[in-house]
Design a protein around this ligand. Structure first.
Ligand code: ADP
Length: 333
């Protein structure tokens, strides 16, 4: 993962933690999701009942972990965090579930990566707050039912479609997080620059926002690079400092990252603009199809550089032009 990958690196987790909004009111953008979630939490509090399980779907860096923390804070309950890849066996999940206290919020990031056997255990746990634990081996093995404390599961996935239907159906509420608008990202950057006490001009804020790939995590990361650049070169936080810093890190004018550009140029250069199928495209850039589909494509489609057709992915005219090329069939200007 490179400088601009939407996944958090270990080194930046502390920085990210300090910038996380701690209430729904502080959470920028996603206004519909905020209202829906707010209603769900208020009703649960009034009914003195654990809220329905919540599924958060959307590309990395859009605020899924942050929202899970906010859910726990608003319910005044502890949060237990784990992730799909950490749950390799049903036993791993049983250990987590049986340790939950009443009303606790369980966050499972990348829930689509959980082991199949654990998935099945989770169905029963979500529905009836029970699990069946296998004791012993071979012919003598028996299943022992275990009662769990009622809990709220918050699952996060890059795409709701990656979950098997029976699991998806057990979430009472699914929130689809969208890429943020430039105005929303400007709010994220403005807020973060105050928190890290780095003075940034209004146009500097806008410049970072515009190049942040619709993603708060990237906005915060670019802000940090600009702050470093300003510090080392003794420059003020204005537009020209932002431009110089981002040029150093190869962030292009639309905020496309390395993988976005590779995918777009593969479609244009290797497949003559497409249409090209997802798996062929994935092989040609050496990435997993899931990453292309859940992370890269939604952004390229949103920016109007790529379109999805029944026959495959096609570069738009803007896509060709973004790479400085003229689409075939159009006269060069
Ligand atoms: P995800 O879990 O979807 O990958 P995170 O919740 O970890 O994303 O968010 C990544 C970073 O972006 C966090 O540091 C957080 O501060 C910031 N962030 C995300 N969403 C928002 C938002 N709506 N408002 C302000 N900051 C946000």
């Amino acid at each position: 993962t490179g400088e601009l990958s939407a996944q958090a690196t270990a080194a930046e987790q502390g920085y990210e933690g300090a910038l996380r909004p701690t209430s729904l009111a502080e959470f920028v953008g996603q206004s519909k999701v905020r209202r829906q979630l707010g209603l769900l939490l208020d009703a649960a509090t009034m009914r003195r009942h654990t809220p329905d399980h919540i599924l958060l779907a959307g590309p990395p860096g859009l605020g899924k972990t942050t929202l899970s923390m906010i859910v726990a804070t608003e319910l005044e309950k502890p949060l237990h965090q784990t992730s799909g890849p950490a749950i390799q066996h049903a036993g791993d999940l049983a250990a987590v579930l049986s340790a939950l206290t009443p009303g606790e919020v369980l966050f499972i990031d990348e829930i689509h990566r959980m082991a199949r056997s654990a998935e099945e255990m989770l169905y029963l746990a979500m529905e009836d707050f029970k699990v069946d634990i296998m004791v012993g081996k071979g012919a003598g093995a028996t299943s022992v039912p275990l009662e769990l404390s009622p809990f709220t599961l918050v699952g996060a996935t890059t795409r709701a479609g990656l979950l098997p239907n029976p699991l998806r159906d057990r979430f009472g509420f699914t929130a689809h997080l969208e890429f943020y608008s430039d105005d929303e990202l400007a709010k994220v950057v403005g807020r973060a620059s105050k928190l890290i006490e780095f003075a940034l001009s209004e146009s500097g804020v806008d410049e970072i926002a515009r190049r942040s790939r619709g993603t708060p995590r990237i906005a915060n990361r670019l802000l940090r690079r600009v702050r470093d650049y300003g510090l080392v070169h003794d420059l003020p936080g204005d537009t020209s400092t932002v431009q110089a810093a981002l040029a150093l890190y190869d962030v292009d004018d639309h905020g496309l990252d390395r993988l976005d550009r590779e995918v777009l140029s593969a479609v244009v250069e290797r497949f003559n603009g497409g249409p090209v199928g997802l798996s062929t495209l994935a092989v040609s850039v050496g990435e997993e199809a899931e990453t292309i589909e859940a992370v890269v494509e939604p952004f390229l489609v949103r920016t109007g550089l790529l379109s999805r057709t029944p026959r495959g992915r096609v570069a738009t005219r803007a896509g060709w032009e973004h790479l400085g090329k003229v689409p075939p069939g159009l006269p060069a200007e």
